[in-house]
Design a binder for this molecule. Sequence first.
Ligand code: HEC
Length: 165
Amino acid sequence: MSEHDEHSSFIKTPQQLITVVLLAFVVPIIGIVMLVQLVVNRPQADPAALSPEAVAARLQPAGKVEFGAAAGAGAAKSGEQIVQEVCAACHQTGVANAPKTGDKAAWAPRLKLGLNGLLQSVIKGKGAMAPRAGTGLSDQELAAAIVSIANQSGGSLKEPAAPKK
Ligand code: HEC
């Protein structure tokens, strides 16, 4: 017993040694982790930036198609504009058997309906095309779009005059 007393260590048993060694490792590591967290968390997330609206705004695609945006938005849109924004989605590529713009063979039988007939088809909807092509566009705007598509597809329709306001 006395020979052990010359070491004035408080570590008397192997268990104590293990405990001390473990603590010597763990304590600095906990300290480092806490320091790192302090540094990493410094720019605290603004709670307002996590609201669903803010997240949705950040996730917005670069471009979006707004069907019917022209309705009541003041100036009527041109036929070409409407075709690009709405109709091209189907008529450019021929989605769901839509007659492709420029495909004269596909349009020839349809052109026989005349502008009014075609306009009625679009207003009522036909096949996969929803009534008014799913928009709130006016008859005038739809007619202008039809003329634009038809005349690129072998037609020679005349755009109806804008209604007097
Ligand atoms: C969701 C896809 C889709 C969109 C968007 C769409 N169309 Fe169509 N459209 C079709 C399909 C499909 C047909 C063929 C319908 C059939 O004959 O069964 C068609 C047919 C037509 C026809 C021929 C109708 C007839 O009587 O033969 C016209 C004219 C037309 N579309 C004009 C338009 C115009 C103008 C727009 C834009 C304002 C538009 N479409 C947007 C799918 C679409």
